[in-house]
Design a protein around this ligand. Structure first.
Ligand SMILES: Cc1cc2nc3c(=O)[nH]c(=O)nc-3n(C[C@H](O)[C@H](O)[C@H](O)COP(=O)(O)O)c2cc1C
Length: 178
């Protein structure tokens, strides 16, 4: 699919078709796309925990606040995303190289995750990034190590309908040229 069309078509979807599944292979294609993103010293600190089974999906759903659980009924998968801390934005002795510290790990993961969303769309799926979730419960569900920071849960399924595009700011509001 043409890149500009892909960019315009991707939407945060909060209403999914029932009875839609996704194969492990398609999820791996999405994660492969994520891996092609740049990262601090190519450190690739992003990690993915995927619930594909009915039981796994229910367990992740329980870690979501009610409104996010409602919005993602019928999804085919949940992908919990995290990154290994104290690597990106840190030197070899584990000291932060600037005030951003682990924000660089979150930056790298965000670059990866946008690739993942766009690949999902190219494969015919839709997504919702959820920042509101219970990270301790997710850590327990997947046995996620303590040295990882849990970031978004990404729901994956197929849209029932297309919402209107939320308005964006004018370019002039967000850029300064010199
Ligand atoms: C870091 C992050 C956290 C978000 N958390 C939630 C969430 O918890 N629940 C939700 O419904 N949408 C969530 N969203 C989706 C945003 O509301 C959405 O991306 C924004 O309104 C723009 O809409 P669009 O994605 O369709 O362009 C989140 C998005 C991001 C990037």
């Amino acid at each position: 699919m043409e890149f500009s069309k892909l960019l315009e078509e991707r939407r945060s979807i909060r209403d999914y078709e029932s009875g839609v599944g996704i194969s492990k292979e398609d999820v791996e294609k999405m994660i492969y796309a994520a891996q092609q993103a740049p990262s601090w010293k190519n450190s690739e600190t992003g990690r993915y925990y995927v619930a594909l089974s009915k039981e796994g999906i229910e367990r992740v759903r329980r870690a979501l606040p009610d409104f996010n659980a409602e919005r993602t009924q019928n999804v085919a998968a949940y992908i919990v995303t995290s990154f290994k801390t104290k690597i990106s934005g840190h030197n070899a002795s584990g000291q932060p190289t600037d005030a951003n510290a682990d924000a660089w790990g979150a930056y790298d993961l965000g670059l990866q995750n946008e690739n993942l969303l766009l690949k999902a769309r190219e494969l015919g799926y839709d997504t919702l990034i959820m920042g509101l979730r219970d990270e301790n419960e997710l850590k327990a569900v997947f046995n996620i190590p303590e040295d990882e920071a849990i970031m978004a849960v990404i729901a994956v399924g197929k849209r029932k309908s297309t919402p209107e595009k939320p308005q964006r700011k004018e370019i002039s509001e967000i850029v300064k040229f010199i």
